[in-house]
Design a protein around this ligand. Structure first.
Ligand SMILES: Cc1cc2nc3c(=O)[nH]c(=O)nc-3n(C[C@H](O)[C@H](O)[C@H](O)COP(=O)(O)O)c2cc1C
Length: 182
């Protein structure tokens, strides 16, 4: 029996402060088509997202997008993966009850033998609290900047932040995932 896929309008309108945490051994996995529609997700994905499994297939992955996430993060992710480069980053996701959960996400393109992108795969792990403590205020700055100056404003802040800390983006987030505190 088929079930109607969910769309962003089925997601909660107002987020809550209820946090769920992954366990240390969890891996959240999902795959999308080239447009970002979910074609596969594992048990933990379903559990954390809190939607019926069958209704997730075919849904746009932005279903679980949290309003606290800066747009610049997804812009960077899509730019990289469409060019067959890996994306690493911290993502705050929203579950069906409006609660949230933080992940450290890896996204990559899946290519066929001719090199054509056929799908995308994401694997996510639990981030250390030290990383969330650093990323959360940065994302707040970026979201605020986007409200007034759009994505150009947040991009500028991110670039200047990394320059100030003499780090590339990947180096910064991977160090945080390893427990670094800048
Ligand atoms: C394989 C894959 C996994 C993704 N996982 C997430 C995710 O867990 N949370 C999220 O908000 N966006 C995720 N995205 C990005 C979404 O496609 C989308 O760009 C993002 O939610 C912003 O959507 P919006 O621009 O419609 O607001 C993923 C994309 C791909 C290709």
């Amino acid at each position: 029996m088929s079930m109607k896929s969910l769309s962003k309008s089925d997601a909660p309108k107002s987020p809550t402060n209820r946090e769920s945490k992954l366990s240390d051994s969890d891996f959240i996995v999902s795959k999308t088509d080239t447009k970002g529609k979910i074609i596969y997700c594992n048990e933990i994905f379903i559990e954390m997202a809190g939607y019926p499994a069958a209704s997730l297939i075919g849904a746009n992955h932005n279903l679980i997008r949290h309003p606290d996430m800066p747009r610049v993060a997804f812009k960077l992710a899509w730019e990289l993966i469409q060019n067959k480069k890996e994306f690493f980053g911290f993502v705050k996701n929203m579950s069906s009850d409006g609660g949230y959960y933080w992940v450290f996400a890896y996204i990559t393109a899946d290519v066929d033998p001719s090199g054509r992108i056929i799908s995308y795969t994401s694997i996510r792990r639990k981030p250390p609290q030290s990383a969330i403590n650093i990323i959360e205020p940065i994302y707040k700055l970026l979201v605020d900047a986007e409200r007034t100056g759009g994505i150009e404003a947040s991009q500028k802040i991110l670039t200047e932040f990394l320059k100030e800390h003499k780090m590339g983006y990947d180096e910064f987030v991977i160090n945080l995932q390893k427990g670094a505190t800048i």
